[in-house]
Design a binder for this molecule. Structure first.
Ligand code: CIR
Length: 256
């Protein structure tokens, strides 16, 4: 099937990465102490929420050489029934890909790209022009999966730090994100009042929202079942809901 014709559907499966002992040495924009045991408890609740939403969860063991390895979304992209392995923008994270490749398989992409910068909506591949993703990485992925590349300037770590997909034609964006790039393509762009609300996970009838974004949860709870999760240990390492898993759609479908 032409990738652009795939339908939107909730993910069926997800890969998660174990939280390593050295997670307290993960990359951070602003240094803040991380409690690894508490992070593991928050991660367990996250996995339980994925399972409660009906996803089959498969684990990739923690890689003790790489403190950021639980942010598995950045190391691979699954699109159009194909699995792509990235070369993450941060040099210290590039070694994470080997462990993911052993379980997932897939094709290595040229250039640098973090999965957190990739948001597919219908026939478009929105890719954050962040400090982690370069033009070669974005182009390599778009060409390999046959989708139209739309570069999005990003003032955050990743595109999906501030924009998430809600359904097949709607995204939710944090303050400061230019809505025109989506709206000019017929994609509805809802606004969240909170920066932390920009990263959420839409899993069919359930939406996972960070407990750091209560107003976003309230807004979405008007029409969907919302679960709030405590993720502050991951927020301290600049991560959120999407980066902790790699979601796999059904054959012929795409998901967030
Ligand atoms: C990093 O700086 O790479 C990690 N500490 C956080 C990665 C978060 N990933 C994501 O939002 N997709």
């Amino acid at each position: 099937m032409t990738p652009a014709l795939a339908r939107f559907a909730a993910p069926l499966r997800a890969y998660v990465g174990g939280v390593p002992e050295r997670f307290d040495q993960a990359l951070q924009a602003s240094p803040a102490p991380i409690d690894v045991e508490r992070a593991r408890a928050q991660h367990a609740a996250y996995v339980a929420a994925l399972e409660a939403a009906g996803l089959q969860v498969d684990w990739i063991p923690a890689d003790e050489a790489h403190p950021d390895c639980c942010f598995i979304e950045d190391t691979a992209v699954v699109l159009g029934g194909r699995r792509f392995l990235t070369c993450p923008g941060a040099p210290s994270r590039r070694g994470e890909v080997e462990g993911v490749a052993r379980v997932l398989g897939g094709t290595h992409l040229d250039g640098h790209l973090d999965g957190g910068d990739v948001l597919r909506v219908g026939p478009w591949l929105f890719v954050g022009e962040s400090e982690r993703t370069d033009a070669a990485g974005a182009r390599a992925l778009a060409e390999a999966c046959g989708l139209e590349l739309v570069g999005v300037p990003v003032g955050a770590l990743h595109l999906k730090t501030v924009v998430s997909g809600l359904d097949g034609e709607t995204v939710l964006a944090a303050p400061g994100v230019e809505a025109a790039v989506f709206e000019s393509r017929g994609i509805r762009c809802l606004r969240t009042p909170e920066p932390e609300g920009g990263n959420l996970l839409s899993l069919g009838s359930t939406i996972l929202v960070s407990a750091a974004a209560p107003r976003t949860a309230e807004l979405l709870a008007r029409s969907r079942e919302v679960r709030s999760l405590e993720l502050d240990e991951f927020h301290r390492a600049d991560g959120g809901l999407s980066c902790l898993s790699l979601r796999i759609p059904a054959a012929g479908a795409w998901c967030y």
